[in-house]
Design a protein around this ligand. Structure first.
Ligand code: NAD
Ligand code: DAU
Length: 372
């Protein structure tokens, strides 16, 4: 299904633009006046077109409800819209879901990326002159492909060997390898970015930060896996979107760029900081101090201990810098979730409840009725 048509200018094709990072990217791109966007999204549980309500009437925005695994659809879209770039976000993105059901991850993340690469290759082959010189395929990937770090290990850099540990990470690693091969073998002008944990508005409340905010607001347990000492390197989503725009504009074909905020925090630190922010920003709450809700639960199987990103290549070669500190970004994020409880309510109805039961209902440390 396709809604509406574009205005003047050469569009980009975004996949997964109704998800967390994709919708932030589409909003930033259109606000910056960088040209039209065609957004192909299957609208899985993680895709919410409500995120894009402010642009859905814009002549610069076209939405296509469809699957990246649909080769005929993707081919037709490229031929019709003739984009100057493909920015590929669409994926199954949640590690816990990949542990419970890896099939969808292999299908979308591997087969879907393969389908897109084949279509982009055929389309690129049909281009000539400036259209051909300017075309880019940007594959949005993750630091999880590098595996896990010990406390004293240096941060992941672009030459760190791949060692994915979860079905999600393995499927993303496979997709990165496909992109690399399509550059090397077929000359597709692609680039890869590997980013650390994002946070910010529109993140689905299955991920650590929005889950903790949503649970704390309802007085539910805040489920910390294992000892809570696992470390992630947090990046505000808008900084990631700016990094992607930078790579699209100035990145070298065939290169990989690591993206990270330089904000390593243990999960327990993140959750206690969130609790303190909630105490401050909702002083009327009878649940204060929110940290009383912290509950240790059984660990995630195969849980990676630490991620950290060395972003010096992106900073040094392309001049990107994160603008948001963890403190300012987290405050903005909590304020956004407190101001958008209707959004949280709408995305956590229905199937979300089933997921909460599946992931938390059987974990040691949390009673079944507390997951409701
Ligand atoms: P998300 O789960 O919030 O959104 C994924 C989007 O893809 C949804 O809109 C969904 O409907 C769409 N989608 C899923 N399967 C599809 C299919 N077969 N066809 C078309 N659309 C489909 O994900 P996110 O957190 O926004 O992540 C976006 C990308 O960035 C992913 O590739 C992810 O691996 C990568 N990434 C995420 C993070 C993070 O911290 N969230 C960090 C680094 C990299
Ligand atoms: O590193 C980049 C990756 O970050 C992205 O590629 C993934 O798409 C994204 O989901 C994220 O993966 P994580 O597994 O790190 O994110 P998540 O928010 O699920 O978990 C963050 C940490 O918090 C992790 O160590 C597990 C822990 N956690 C998570 C949940 C949902 C808990 O302790 N309790 C929870 O309930």
């Amino acid at each position: 299904m396709e809604t509406k048509q574009k205005d003047a200018g050469t569009p980009i094709l975004v996949t997964g633009g109704a998800g967390f990072i994709g919708s932030n990217f589409v909003l930033e791109w259109l606000a910056a006046g960088k040209g039209p966007v065609v957004n192909l999204d299957k609208l899985t549980y993680a895709g919410n077109h409500e995120n894009l309500v402010t642009v859905e009437e814009s002549p610069a925005y076209t939405f296509i409800h469809g699957d990246i695994c649909d080769a005929a659809l993707v081919k037709g879209l490229l031929e019709k819209h003739r984009p100057r770039a493909v920015v590929h976000f669409a994926a199954e993105s949640h590690v816990d879901r990949s542990i419970h059901g890896p099939e969808a991850f292999l299908r979308t993340n591997i087969d879907g990326t393969f389908t897109l690469l084949q279509a982009a290759r055929a389309y690129f082959g049909s281009l000539t002159g400036e259209e051909r010189d300017g075309f880019r395929f940007l594959h949005v990937s993750t630091d999880e492909v590098y595996g896990t770090l010990e406390p004293e290990d240096p941060a992941f850099h672009e030459e760190t060997p791949y060692a994915p540990n979860s079905p999600y990470a393995a499927s993303k690693a496979a997709s990165d390898h496909l992109v690399r091969a399509w550059v090397h073998t077929y000359g597709l002008p692609a680039m890869i970015t590997n980013c650390s944990n994002n946070y910010g508005p529109y993140q689905f409340p299955e991920k650590l930060i929005p889950l903790m905010i949503a649970n704390a607001r309802k007085g539910k347990p805040l489920p910390v896996y294992g000892d809570g000492q696992q470390v992630r390197d947090w990046l505000y989503v808008t900084d990631h979107c700016r990094a992607l725009m930078t790579v699209l504009e100035r990145g070298q074909v065939g290169e990989t760029y690591n993206v990270g905020g330089g904000n390593q925090r243990s999960n327990l630190e993140v959750v206690t900081t969130l609790c303190a922010l909630l105490d401050e920003l909702s002083p009327e709450s009878p649940l204060k101090p929110h940290k009383q809700l912290i509950t240790y639960v059984a660990d995630r199987p195969g849980h990676d201990r630490r991620y950290a990103i060395d972003a010096r290549k992106l900073e040094g070669e392309l001049g990107w810098r994160a603008q948001e500190s963890f403190e300012t970004g987290l405050r903005k994020t909590v304020e956004w979730y407190l101001a958008n409880t209707a959004w949280v309510g709408s995305v956590t109805s229905g199937a979300y409840q089933q997921w909460v039961k599946q992931n938390y209902g059987t974990r040691e440390g949390i009673a079944a009725e507390e997951t409701r």
